[in-house]
Design a protein around this ligand. Structure first.
Ligand code: NIG
Ligand code: FE
Length: 431
């Protein structure tokens, strides 16, 4: 007797299942990804029913809809675990200033950078912010991303930060890409608090974090059991490790999961604090010390690297993801899509850079961009790999060796994107 499925995909030359058990992949396991030759997937009610050889899947399941992948590569949809895509305006002038030698942190200190985006974002209407966010999610989806984290951080006052949360919720409602929200009121010191940053930190802890938690409890994310993160940008001209601790401890007590931007330009000792507080991920890590890498490897915290940022600034130095993996850390890859340091919607681009400048093998980059990225946003149980019970989110690439996706750059090999078993992006090639 055949079982019934809503949809069956078969004849995937390489089916990258990325199956990992319940934990992220770390150390040498990052390159031992599971690849099924001539694979098939059966989908029911948006979830994966079974993954196996094409012939077995077709024998076992009867489905109204079938798709012949023609021997191509099929992988889980990318999970982008670090983005800042709710904002207004652009930073084109800053782009030119930086080409001419200006420094990112100096621009921020002079009231530009993040602060200039805050001014434009506060002035924009919510509809405008939703509209721009939708367009950015479309671009990410076209690059194969099916789940993404989005941070606040361009409001920097209670009302504006809460409005960003509502915009993020609206994006989750309207867009096919699934969203995980992160509250980042400590992204920069707002101009109003420039001379008294500790007062801003007090406001964040006393008013903003509790208000955000109240919002979460009545939001769609809470009812969907999607976690809510708090994050801090720990950096010179932003927040120090003591302030990071104060903010993250306050958030943790309420129930937030934790993240932190650490060691991007300056090592302020923040990685250690965030690991100690049980952060789900710490992100950037360009300046992390050998001792902190060892501590990270011994913890459950995921190391999120953002090589698009270094690429965007023309830097020759990148986070040492090779050492992170070789020491045993669970590394994840993100675009950090934002208007200043990384205007990049594309996970394949992040993969291409990571393979060249951080010396990741294509297998390691894929694991970092899927299953480990899912763990970095607390969704390791529901997305990031092709395993029974998980969301049927997958990408069909126009090639038959997955390494091609890291090797070729600047174009797109994405043929189709499926979200919960439904085709949401199709290329004209085989129509
Ligand atoms: O992750 N480093 C801080 N935040 C962002 C940049 C945001 C911006 O420049 O607007 C980042 O790189
Ligand atoms: Fe960031």
């Amino acid at each position: 007797m055949q079982s019934s499925a809503d949809f069956v995909l078969f004849n995937a030359g390489q089916l990258l299942t990325m199956a990992s058990g319940r934990e992220p992949l770390r150390g040498p396991r990052l390159r031992q990804i599971r690849i099924l030759q001539d694979g098939g997937i059966a989908v029911g009610q948006g979830k994966i029913l079974e993954v196996g050889k094409s012939s077995y899947i077709r024998r076992k399941f009867r489905a109204n809809k079938e798709f012949d992948a023609g021997g191509r590569v099929v992988s889980p949809g990318f999970v982008d675990p670090h983005t800042h895509i709710v904002y207004a305006g652009d930073r084109l002038d800053e782009f030119e200033l930086r080409i001419q030698g200006a420094d990112y942190l100096e621009i921020l200190h002079a009231g530009g950078g993040i602060i200039s985006t805050v001014q434009k974002t506060r002035m924009a209407t919510s509809d405008e912010l939703v509209g721009e966010g939708m367009r950015r999610l479309d671009k990410m989806l076209a690059c194969g991303t099916t789940t993404a984290e989005i941070k606040t951080g361009y409001g920097l006052d209670t009302q504006s930060e809460l409005r960003m949360l509502r915009v993020i919720e609206e994006l989750d409602k309207q867009h096919r890409v699934d969203i995980v929200p992160t509250f980042l009121p400590a992204h920069a010191i707002p101009t109003e608090y420039r001379e008294r940053p500790d007062h801003y930190v007090d406001l964040v802890c006393r008013e903003m974090i509790p208000a955000a938690w109240n919002w979460y409890r009545t939001s769609r994310f809470f009812s969907k059991r999607v976690p809510f993160f708090a994050d801090v940008f720990c950096e010179k001209n932003a927040f120090d490790a003591r302030q990071l601790r104060q903010i993250l401890e306050t958030a943790c007590d309420l129930g937030f999961r934790l993240k932190a931007h650490t060691d991007e330009f300056t090592n302020l000792g923040a990685s250690r604090v965030a690991i100690e507080l049980g952060a789900t991920s710490i992100d950037h890590l360009d300046e992390i010390t050998v001792e902190d890498i060892e501590q990270l490897a011994a913890s459950k915290t995921v190391a999120v690297v953002t090589p698009t940022v270094n690429f965007n600034s023309g830097a020759l130095k990148f986070a040492n993801a090779r050492a992170l993996i070789d020491t045993g850390c669970a590394v994840a890859l993100s675009t950090d899509f934002n208007p200043g340091s990384a205007p990049c919607p594309s996970m394949p681009m992040a993969i291409a850079i990571a393979c060249r400048y951080q010396r990741l093998l294509p297998s390691e980059a894929f694991a970092s961009a899927t299953i480990n990225a899912a763990h970095a946003i607390g969704l390791g149980e529901s997305v990031g790999s092709l395993e029974p019970g998980k969301s049927a989110d997958f990408v069909v690439f126009d090639c038959n060796d997955f390494r091609q996706i890291a090797y070729e750059f600047g174009g797109s090999l994405i043929l189709k994107v499926f979200k919960r078993g439904t085709e949401i992006l199709r290329d004209q090639i085989d129509e």
